[in-house]
Ligand binder design. Structure first.
Ligand SMILES: Nc1ncnc2c1ncn2[C@@H]1O[C@H](COP(=O)(O)OP(=O)(O)OP(=O)(O)O)[C@@H](O)[C@H]1O
Ligand SMILES: [Mg+2]
Length: 248
């Protein structure tokens, strides 16, 4: 029996046959506005509700903004931060600004991956994290794609070494078919891709699990919605043609 981690995202564990195999490092890829950050935040919040501490590494947004965004879905992480069950690693501000001075885990030079790994390791140990989300890993190698694989492998070593089950958020452009580059795609234990396609003048959200080591999973493209409570996936619905929704 594979040990699994439930994401708690409605419908998503079903398409994964019960959840993510423990210790997997999963690439969560997609274009702008496809729901990657919300997905990652919901995964961490659900973990807290199940008694599993978590870490969010913020590379794209100010930690203050991340807390505000999460609260809009009813996910108020501050009490969990006070209790030492949740932490945001600030790899955004480089410690600059008044608000940044109140952050506990700050990466002084976010371009230094070694430093980021050290702060991340410390945060994982302090909160006893079982779930980690890095938003986004693309930021770490935007200017140097040749080192993408080695950066992801470095992160993977720390993450699976500490027993966490993690999502690495990967940004791809609207027209790109891939998931973030060959080195990264093969290094990851799983790939989940979120999409947004225009069909008949309407944007339709869908997702596909491209790979997930250690488990059987749906091979279909499923529609999903973002609501005021977060993401809802429809495991019984399939998008057979671009944008056309049918019941499976
Ligand atoms: N309360 C809400 N109800 C419905 N949809 C929402 C709500 N809040 C945000 N959204 C949708 O979620 C999108 C943003 O999702 P998210 O920030 O997770 O995207 P992302 O994939 O991380 O994008 P990026 O790569 O630009 O960071 C918005 O563009 C909007 O369409
Ligand atoms: Mg985002």
């Amino acid at each position: 029996m594979v040990e699994r981690v439930k994401t708690g995202i409605p419908g998503f564990d079903e398409i994964l046959n019960g959840g993510i195999p423990k210790r997997n490092v999963v690439l969560l890829s997609g274009g702008p506005g496809t729901g990657k950050s919300i997905f990652g935040q919901q995964y961490l919040w659900n973990g807290l509700q199940m008694g599993e501490p978590g870490i969010l590494v913020a590379l794209e947004e100010h930690p203050v903004q991340v807390r505000i965004n999460m609260r809009q879905f009813g996910w108020d992480v501050r009490p969990y931060e006070s209790k030492g069950l949740f932490a945001i690693v600030d790899a955004f501000t480089a410690g600059i600004g008044e608000a940044a001075k109140r952050e506990r885990y700050v990466v002084r030079d976010p371009t230094d991956v070694g430093l980021l790994v050290d702060v991340l390791r410390e945060a994982i140990r302090d909160v006893g994290a079982q779930r980690v989300v890095i938003d986004s890993v693309s930021t770490l190698y935007l200017t140097k794609p040749s080192v993408a694989r080695s950066i992801v492998l470095q992160l993977k070593k720390v993450l699976s070494g500490t027993g966490t089950t993690s999502f690495l958020i990967s940004q791809v452009s609207v027209t790109e078919r891939g998931f973030g580059g060959p080195g990264v795609e093969h290094a990851a234990d799983g790939i989940v891709r979120l999409d947004l396609d225009e069909y008949n003048g309407e944007l339709i959200r869908s997702m596909i699990v491209w790979k997930m080591r250690g488990t059987r999973h749906s091979m279909r493209r499923h529609p999903f919605d973002i609501t005021d409570k977060g993401i809802i996936v429809y495991p019984d619905k399939v998008i057979r043609f671009k944008g056309r929704i049918e019941t499976a």
